[in-house]
Design a protein around this ligand. Structure first.
Ligand code: GDP
Ligand code: IMO
Ligand code: MG
Length: 428
């Protein structure tokens, strides 16, 4: 059994990309299992930054075969652009494969994402406008087009003609906008077929054969628990399951293969887009977290909303994912603060509660209960051994471990591949 999972425990942008890159050098396969190019995963090697949206974050390690899995939604034009950028930087993508089952994000999905957000106006979700929701909606209403359909291009065209009729009706009649032209789309996708065809595989067979041979396979999550379609702050969520459970359906593997389930926890909280955020700091502290932490979206460039660590949120992620390990990131950013509050529960209509209500109207009534930690006020980014960390920093880390009842196996103290303190090796 050799499946590793890396998932986000908060609202995304915890540093999953960095951690996947760190582990990838020891993996045979790295597999994205959900989401699409709403993700922005940053990898920094020797000071050089690469932001990945669709390519698995193992792509910079040539030893691992990288798979865009069945549960992912693929905008082929973004993918081709990412591939082009890597090649321009002297990298190869010979080790990239794309699942035949992955759904295609079509240009009309992007348009419909924009139009729906516009018509929701003040109630908008704050999506990345990458067509994610409309694409997953079509998948489940069974009018989606898949990567594998490109191989049977006449079939692809036939399906596109049927679907486009429905989409154009909505676009023209509901939204009063221009329809998409069938021939133009066919021409664009003929180009996509030509560029991607050799990479299309039955990924599920490939992954299961690897697991049966005891190869090391890392499943890379995008987004995070609080953006989960079922367990996040619905409707302010994404349209997929970014949890360890999502690996099972999104890659087509049995849960018995998932050995190490690693949750990435940012030492404070950020959120992009709308929705409840109990420990948000709309003040100087929030601004300081944003500036010191460089909290601007890796996909849309939007400033991220910032606040203190919410351990109720993290503990829920431990439970739902069955985390075996936590990787704690960006604790170096907290070195600026004299006092560091951590949210350990909520006050709700005069009671104390320790879980998240299901409705937004209830979530909007939650008040944070904070425990305060003394800061350490020194640069910790060069420290590589746990013992050398300042005492107050250790107290902060140990409290997280105790509250979540989950061991912290790696502490990330900077963006680069090398900026880590390893407390328990994650890979033998
Ligand atoms: P992801 O979506 O979870 O992969 O995270 P993002 O890449 O969107 O955002 C994380 C940001 O924090 C990136 O700019 C990373 O380079 C950076 N980062 C990751 N780990 C650390 C860390 O330990 N310390 C600091 N200062 N930055 C980090
Ligand atoms: P990574 O993988 C942070 C947020 C959007 C919006 C909501 C729905 O980099 O952690 P969508 O476009 O998915 O329909 O938007 O989800 N969101 C993310 N926030 N990190 C991400 O990915 C996100 N992917 C989606 O901002 O609030
Ligand atoms: Mg990100």
């Amino acid at each position: 059994m050799s499946g590793f999972v890396v998932v986000g425990t908060q609202w995304g942008d915890e540093g999953k990309g960095k951690i996947v890159d760190v582990l990838a050098s020891k993996m045979d396969y790295v597999v994205r299992f959900q989401g699409g190019n709403n993700a922005g995963h940053t990898v920094v090697v020797n000071g050089k930054k690469t932001i990945l949206h669709l390519l698995p974050s193992g792509i910079l390690s040539k030893n691992a075969i990288c798979i865009i899995g069945p549960g992912v939604v693929v905008d082929p034009f973004v993918l081709l652009d990412e591939i082009r950028l890597l090649k321009e930087n002297g990298m190869t993508i010979d080790h990239l494969r794309i699942s035949d089952r992955a759904h295609l994000i079509m240009p009309y999905h992007i348009k419909l994402d924009e139009l729906q957000e516009k018509s929701l106006a003040a109630n908008k979700i704050g999506t990345t406008k990458r067509g994610i929701g409309p694409c997953y909606a079509d998948k489940y209403t069974r009018i989606g087009l898949r990567v594998g359909d490109l191989k049977e291009f006449d079939y692809f065209k036939e399906r596109l003609a049927q679907v486009l009729k429905i989409k154009n009706e909505i676009i023209t009649k509901v939204y009063n906008e221009k329809p998409f032209d069938f021939d133009e789309l066919v021409e664009k996708f003929a180009y996509v077929k030509n560029q991607l065809e050799l990479m299309i595989v039955n990924a599920t067979d490939m992954i299961n054969i690897a697991l049966a041979e005891k190869k090391d396979v890392l499943f890379e999550g995008a987004q995070a628990n609080m953006l989960d379609i079922d367990y996040g702050s619905y409707p302010y969520v994404t349209s997929s399951s970014p949890t360890s459970g999502g690996v099972v359906s999104g890659a087509g593997v049995s849960p018995r293969f998932l050995k190490n389930i690693i949750g990435v926890v940012k030492a404070y909280s950020t959120r992009v887009g709308e929705g409840p955020f109990v420990s948000e700091q709309l003040n100087e502290d929030g601004d300081m977290l944003r500036e010191v932490g460089g909290e601007y979206g890796a996909t849309t460039g939007r400033p991220r909303r910032c606040g203190w660590l919410d351990l109720v949120v993290v503990k829920q992620a431990c439970m739902i994912n069955g985390l075996t390990d936590i990787v704690l990131t960006k604790i170096d950013v907290l070195s600026k603060f004299d006092k560091i509050p951590v949210c350990v529960g909520y006050e709700f209509d005069g009671k104390e509660i320790y879980s998240l209500p299901s409705t937004i109207s209830e979530c909007n009534r939650l008040k944070p209960i904070y425990k305060y930690f003394d800061g350490w006020k020194e640069d910790i980014s060069r420290i590589r051994s746990y013992d050398e960390l300042p005492l107050n920093c250790k107290k902060y880390i140990e409290f997280i471990e105790k509250y979540t009842n989950t061991r912290i196996s790696l502490i990330s103290v900077g963006p680069d591949r090398e900026n880590n303190i390893i407390t328990h090796p994650l890979v033998a």
